[in-house]
Ligand binder design. Sequence first.
Ligand code: MET
Ligand code: ZN
Length: 776
Amino acid sequence: MTTVFPTATITGYPRIGARRELKRAVEAYWAGKSNQNELKQTAQKIQQDAYRTLTERGLTDDYAIPADFSFYDQVLDTTRLFTALPARFESVRDDSGLIDLDGYFALARGTEHLPPLELTKWFDTNYHYLVPEIGPATGFTLNTEALDDLLAAAEAAGTSARPSITGPLTYLLLAKAEDGSPADFAPLDRLADLLPLYRELLAHLASRGVRWVQFNEPALGADQAVSEAELVQLIEKTYGEFTQLSDRPSLLVTSPYGNLTGLLEPLVTSGVEALHLDLVSTGYDQDALARLFGGDSAPLLVAGVVNGRNIWRNDLAASLHTLQAVGAASVSTSTSLQHVPYDLDLETGLDQKLTSWLAFAHQKVSEVALLARGLAEGPEAIATEVEQAKAALAARAQSSGVNDPCIRERTLSITPENYERPSARVRQQAQEDLNLPLLPTTTIGSFPQTGHIRSLRADYRKGALTREELDTHLREEIRCVIDFQERLGLDVLVHGEAERNDMVQYFAENFDGFAPTEHGWVQSYGSRCTRPSILWGDVKRSGAGTRGEAFTVPWISFAQQQTDKPVKGMLTGPVTILAWSFVRDDQPLAATATQVALALADEIADLEAAGTRIIQVDEPALRELLPLRAEDQAAYLDWSVGAFRLATSQVADSTQIHTHLCYSEFNEIFGAIDALNADVTSIEAARSRLELLADVPESFDRGIGPGVWDIHSPRVPQVDEIEKLLATALEHIPARQLWVNPDCGLKTRAYKETKASIESLVAATEAVRASLNVAV
Ligand code: MET
Ligand SMILES: [Zn+2]
């Protein structure tokens, strides 16, 4: 049964394509501009490039490379693999009763009549997966078509790849109960019905000659609603059963993102052949691991010592030490490399000095291969490379910009008052002259990024437009966006963010201590990618002095000049700037957040001085960085909420501070959202049909705008649909606190659906206002 496990491996690799080929291909397919064959050819090419590169970089052993290409999302792949189709999607079943590629995309994106599966953050990362909906009657049928295609692509590349599949426990733990399920039902109740399908899968793989399979169980490293004791039993049952099968591939179980704590031992004794641990930021006791994995029937320890989710160069000496101390059998990444960009060599524009401190996916694979050699042949074999890494780390520590005495001194003079504002009541009175109607309507900030805007930006990059000319065009765009909103009858306007390529990178470009990348794209969800900047040094606004210079003020002031309605100043919050950047790992996140907060407070002060009455500070990633274990959460919320308050509390009572949250379920941290102390909070809620409002405490006495339009799909919400959502909202929120807005910014939408949707939103609001007036 067992074939030796490779000494060097990774648990996952990016799949969007080094030049985002998959993004272009799926978007063309969705738009009807290409056919399925063309899409599949692109997918093949991406996989072939991956196998070639990874082999060249040293993953040469059989089964060293996972087959983990995905057209959209790895959890949705598992939903397709087992045909776990929610009843509401019955109509997408294909002729054979399975989910084909179009059905798969329908689940991901919704259809004209069906809202898509819910999108939720993947552990504490900035990746989002599609939440399976499982009910007591959900049927399961194995459909290996997509998996067989991956294996065929690997074979064509001459590689024995290891299928990578969401493990059964994680799949069910990440699922939500289908609507209409009994109150006491949990998807995990269906484990016994799902396990036979996994066994069937193992048999199928064995019959294809596959010798190793990877089951990903990241949910076991995070706190769950189920008790640890129950999980121990489920592990024993699940993996005990699998390992009993006579004809099956050997099993590698991965546990990225967290410490398995009490589940480690049951997994070690479960009989699986190899167990991967994330050894980067999880605090495992090395001696305990050595003892545990030293046992006779223990699995091979696949040691994730190369950070899969940040871009700093590995401290090879430290890693080698860890590998030896724990008795590693194989060297790996801590998580899939899907969270880092492909290749540092593409970044020709980065400062040389900075480049020497970094490693992207390809460089990390080389680090893995190198460490495996050091482990096999002894440290001397890689002594030169270890020394080089050491020298780079030392140079980084001493570099100016990494420590700016003026910035450090400023953080020392922060006082407790810097975090406080007067009561909500006092502020509400001071803000009355904004004269907002009941149920004020607004949007979240960005307006459609049209082809026109993109081509302007491209022309500027090519040198075909001067900065001045570009800015003139952008102001024209802002004028149109303001005019558009006035005509549609919105109450609080936005300038549309046309001058920003990305809500974090824009700040990175205007702050010292950051370096944007050129090709450093990582997948956020589906075809959506972000390009995190590198936060490497001490932070302040760019320009002279410790305060630097204002950069959003000219745009917001220009927008405000075009209208009598209030225009929101628009900033990205400190936690989100951190979460969506690759952050320095040489000081606590809290210290970095404080510096970013001060830079934002400077910008807010300048906006206020320029006459801006409403300022929105977006924190969509607040939930994202929340530690996976309850015991670590209070400390995180303390510094993250603190950073937001430090940025936003030095304003006049008459200045209305908004915040915006999205991309996550926020129910559990509503206390922290309350503590942000914003005057108005807009929050994503449409996809989960406003479930979150049940958790808003009665004491919450400020504005809240649960999203009533899901902007992740092109579907236009109808007036009566929004009216119903508003009626639901009013069951939980007093009318004077309720705002009406979409789930998020509109930059990925087209004008056509934007116009129709805002019309629905305004019409629904007017209808509800009228009914409230009647009721009064
Ligand atoms: C992901 S949150 C986005 C907020 C931002 N202001 C926008 O509208 O695009
Ligand atoms: Zn948002």
